[in-house]
Design a protein around this ligand. Structure first.
Ligand SMILES: C[S@@+](CC[C@H](N)C(=O)[O-])C[C@H]1O[C@@H](n2cnc3c(N)ncnc32)[C@H](O)[C@@H]1O
Length: 481
């Protein structure tokens, strides 16, 4: 059977398996969707699986017009994969967990997931496991080359920290995986990275386990950035349980409140609601939370071209930090190139002569201009800072754009002759990329275009260049303001 046909058959079987577990996209308790050709499916009433090449790949589309606030998917507790549900069915896993109380809840779920994969076809979860991606592009899996390609110190630091944390967690967990007698391939760091990326990018908040749950079908929703805080908290998880199950006769206030998803105790299910009205076939999106592009990359392995919550942090000289009480994470340039409230406030105070700071402090802290002269100094300083930051980075915006279009063609490049035809900045980075993924002897012997290992890293390299480009664009926008 061709791969596509195999994938389609697996998906059909999975949606049937899900319907038998009570997963449903229908708010009434009618029988699962069925037509004469396919197995009964849990979808078809409100949602269908579809492909969105530019917005997350596989995702869920509206099967009909959907109204804001409508209940569109319900996943009963029994269908949620959690450490608890995996342990109930596996005494050995449960005993192992008890003898290693030092492990975090995320480490336990990671081990439990690998333990389930280890069972192969005999796992009760097999139809679901088959639907999980084979690889991820989350920051922890970036190699040294891709990390350096981020160029900005803060981002490099975040990537190194993510990789270091993953390694440490794996080392701590390895004794348990050995006790569970997992296959050697499932005890490797590579397998650990896969399982922890599955958990990082696909779990949803539940109140009884910090690691969250894997939610079959519910984890097919791709992401849309929330434009504003839904309930005053940064992440969706902490406000997910406030949603109401009622969808009939919604008041405007309730319709506003009913966004996204959450576990509902009284229903005993994870419930998903339409965040807005959708036309038939439009992709239905979920807001996982408010994330900057770097955070999206870290936790989910993608970023958005136009992320309203993205920001470029501005490192300040120590004497400016000591002047203000703002935490560093509030000192940034926003997506539109505007300095944040805290950055402006800190700079206005800093640009005031020391003997006058006390008397104008209240203006700075309430976001008001201090004087025209002060404002000109502040704006000039911020623009100069952005300019210096841009100049200190290895490549320019134009070069990054060129590089991105060259990486797109990398599969066609016949080494080393074609490499020479590229602009020098592109060929230098391309050469460094290839050198960091040395070909195997066999590949070198056969003069294959791109080593296999490198091919798998291309998507991460593209993400790194896209990330630094979006960062530079914000700085440029600020200078142009
Ligand atoms: C919960 S899953 C969503 C379903 C996923 N597309 C699938 O096929 O299983 C989250 C992952 O989908 C991808 N994704 C979600 N929203 C995206 C978006 N707006 N743009 C690009 N990728 C997205 C990312 O790989 C992310 O880690």
């Amino acid at each position: 059977m061709a791969k596509e046909e195999g994938d389609a058959a697996n998906l059909e079987f999975f949606l049937h398996w899900a319907s038998e577990l009570g997963i449903s996209d229908s708010s009434s308790s009618t029988l699962p969707h069925k037509d004469s050709t396919f197995l009964p499916s849990c979808l078809g009433h409100s949602l269908v699986v579809s492909h969105f090449p530019d917005a997350g790949g596989r995702g869920l589309a509206a099967a009909r017009e959907l109204r804001k606030g409508e209940l569109i998917l319900r996943v009963p507790k029994a269908a949620l994969m959690t450490s608890e549900s995996l342990m109930v069915k596996d005494q050995v896993l449960s005993a192992c967990k008890k003898s290693h109380p030092f492990l975090s809840s995320t480490q336990i779920l990671t081990i439990a997931l690998l333990n389930e994969v280890n069972k192969g076809k005999s796992s009760w979860w097999y139809p679901y496991l088959k639907q999980l991606p084979r690889s991820y592009d989350t920051l922890a899996g970036f190699g040294q080359f891709e990390i350096q390609a981020l160029q900005v110190d803060d981002a490099i630091w975040a990537a190194e920290k993510a990789a270091g944390k993953a390694k440490l967690e794996w080392q701590e967990a390895s004794v348990v995986m050995a006790e569970l007698k997992l296959k050697p391939a499932l005890q490797t760091f590579k397998a650990w990275l896969w399982a922890s990326a599955t958990i990082s990018s696909r779990t949803m908040h539940v109140p009884w386990d910090e690691a969250g749950c894997l939610c079959p079908v519910g984890d097919f929703f791709n992401y849309a950035a929330p434009a504003e805080e839904p309930c005053g908290n940064k992440t969706l998880g902490s406000c997910g349980n406030g949603f109401s199950m009622q969808t009939e006769g919604l008041s405007e206030a309730n319709a506003q409140r009913l966004t996204d998803a959450g576990f509902e105790d009284d229903v005993g299910a994870y419930c998903f609601y339409a965040k807005r009205n959708y036309r038939e076939k439009e992709q239905v999106l979920l807001s996982y939370g408010m994330y900057t592009n770097l955070e999206l990359l870290e936790h989910y392995g993608f970023l958005l071209d136009d992320n309203p919550n993205d920001m470029a942090f501005i490192p300040l000289e120590p004497d400016i930090y000591t002047l203000c009480s703002w935490p560093k994470e509030l000192l940034y340039i926003d997506q539109d190139g505007k300095p944040s409230f805290a950055l402006l406030s800190a700079m206005r105070l800093w640009a005031t002569p020391p003997n006058k700071r006390r008397s104008v402090g209240h203006l700075a802290y309430s976001g008001k201009q201090i004087s025209v002269e002060n404002e000109i100094t502040v704006m000039g300083w911020i623009a100069k800072k952005c300019q210096d930051m841009l100049q200190n980075l290895r490549t320019s915006i134009e070069q990054d754009k060129l590089l991105l279009s060259s990486i797109g063609k990398i599969e066609d490049i016949f080494l080393p002759v074609e490499l020479e035809k590229l602009p020098s900045i592109c060929s230098t980075e391309l050469r460094a990329f290839l050198e960091s993924h040395e070909p195997t002897n066999e590949e070198a012997f056969n003069n294959l275009h791109i080593p296999r290992k490198a091919r798998r890293s291309i998507s991460r390299w593209i993400l790194a260049v896209q990330w630094r480009l979006s960062y530079k664009r914000k700085l440029l926008c600020c200078i142009a303001e």
